[in-house]
Structure formats: C-alpha cells, structure tokens
Write a protein that binds this ligand. Structure first.
Ligand SMILES: Nc1ncnc2c1ncn2[C@@H]1O[C@H](COP(=O)(O)OP(=O)(O)O)[C@@H](O)[C@H]1O
Ligand SMILES: [Mg+2]
Length: 256
C-alpha cells in the first residue's frame, strides 16, 4: 500500500506489505510518526490506499459494505473518545446491544483493570463522568477520571467487542509504563487464543509475546519475525529494544 494524507503531502506509507494471518496476533511497532495509526485507519477504511489495496480474505475492502466491515472489527483508536455519560455507558457504547448488560460491562472493566476504580466512584458504575451533565449541584455527583483511567475505560469499551473477527488496539496503554503495557498485551493474548489481533505500540518490548512482530520504518516494513528472531537478527529492532529497555530496567541490568 502507498498512502499520503493529500496530494501535496509526503507519502506516509511507501509500499507497505503486511499480512495478518487468521488466528494470530501481529504486533506492529515503529517510532512515533512511522505510520502505524495510519495503517489502522486504512484497515477500518477511514481512508483508502492511493496505490495497492487492503484485502480481507482476498476481497478488497472497497468491495465490502462499510457497515459490515465495521461490524467485524473491534478497535481501540489511539485518540479514543471520552463521552460525557456514566461509566457504564462509556463502556457499553462499545456494543450498543450490551449497553444495559451490567454483567458484560463489569467483566470488560475487570479485564481492563478499571473495575475497582469504578466501584469506588460515588454512584459506582452509574456515576456521571462529567461535571457538565451531572444531576444536581452536588460536587460528588460527577467525577473526572485521570488520563490513564480513561484509557483503561476505553480499553474496556473495546473488550466489549472482543468476539469480533479482528481486534485492533492502537497504543492501548501509552499512558502506562512499558511493563504495564506489556501486561495489557499479555492479558489480551490469554483471552484471545486463536483469535486475530493487531496490536500497535511505539514501545518495542510491549509486544514481545506477539506471534509475529512487524517493524514499520520509512513507510515500509523493514523487519518481521518473532521477538527472539528479531533480537537474534541484531538489526534496528534489537537496537531500539535495547535502547528502550534501558529506560525501565534497573541500571545493573543495562549492558554498557
Ligand atoms: N490526518 C492527518 N493529516 C495529515 N497528516 C497526518 C494525519 N495523521 C497523521 N499524519 C502524519 O502521518 C505520519 C504518520 O502518522 P501516524 O500514522 O499517526 O504515525 P504513528 O501512529 O506511527 O505514530 C506522521 O507524519 C503524521 O504527522
Ligand atoms: Mg499512532
């Protein structure tokens, strides 16, 4: 695929060739600005590639109905939405059929690690996550979550859609540290055995359990393999992994 955001703009993707095999987890990594989120948007057909195509089971996305495509995908965008609604509604919007299904909403929240926080809110899951639309003047009626808490809530909203054919998480925990992000991905993998997922991160270590890791740089796929393959290949992935790992490992473990 070749893609740019406008005819007068630079190419973001310059011949990306990427396969997401059914039933596997693919980790897409690359530095900020590499084009990872752009690929996610092309997979959801917010844009079409200028050259090349996105094929799903061999069918060009342009030949599928948009509603049908979106029905088959569960996605957490990097710039996810925060709604001025209750906590339960913020999660339930992931699947409107589950908007009032408390059991499913709570299960999704538990998986995303936000259930204890929501339980402790003044009205629990019924708490309005806004000061604007909270009923009454009582300050405790509406609550504002932190950025990291919103991120987990958005993750729970996506988990509500985890029975879809393809799950995409674009930097689901960039507000957390690298190890917490790895834990999110590991937990996801345990639940997603046999399912198809695309996990995106600018942190190379976060996706080390993925079946395949794909490195995006310069608008192309530059490396592909398991974490062990890529570390052994000692290329750019290995170099950046060591560099980023140095940021969160105890100093005595960091190679000189
Ligand atoms: N809506 C947009 N319009 C124009 N340029 C964009 C838009 N979104 C992203 N870009 C540019 O495309 C490049 C890739 O961005 P992005 O896909 O978000 O990278 P990543 O997710 O890997 O950090 C960047 O140079 C970014 O500035
Ligand atoms: Mg991005």
């Amino acid at each position: 695929m070749w893609f740019r955001y406008g005819p007068d703009q630079d190419w973001v993707l310059r011949g990306v060739d990427l396969l997401i095999p059914h039933g596997t987890t693919v980790g897409l990594v690359g530095l900020n600005g590499a084009g990872k989120s752009t690929i996610v948007k092309l997979l959801c057909r917010f844009y079409d590639p200028e050259r090349g195509a996105v094929l799903w089971d061999g069918v060009d996305l342009r030949e599928l109905s948009l509603a049908g495509l979106r029905e088959r995908v569960g996605v957490l965008f990097q710039d996810y939405m925060s709604y001025e609604l209750t906590a339960a509604e913020n999660i339930g919007l992931g699947d409107v059929a589950a908007l009032t299904d408390d059991a499913r909403i709570h299960a999704a929240a538990r998986r995303a690690g936000i259930d204890p926080v929501l339980r402790e809110l003044p009205a629990g899951y019924r708490t309005m996550l806004s000061k604007l639309f909270a009923p009454g003047d009582d300050d405790s009626a509406g609550v504002l979550l932190s950025g990291g808490q919103w991120q987990r809530l958005a993750l729970a909203r996506t988990y509500l859609r985890d029975r879809r054919d393809l799950l995409i998480l674009d930097e689901p925990s960039s507000g957390l540290d690298a190890e917490a992000e790895h834990a999110v991905h590991r937990g996801l993998r345990a639940h997603r055995e046999g399912a198809t997922s695309l996990l995106v991160s600018h942190r190379l270590g976060a996706l080390r359990d993925a079946d395949t890791i794909v490195v995006l740089a310069g608008g192309r796929v530059t490396e592909r393999g398991t974490h062990a393959d890529l570390v052994a290949a000692d290329g750019e992935y290995a170099r950046l992994f060591r560099l980023q790992a140095a940021g969160y490992r105890p100093p005595e473990e960091v190679p000189a």
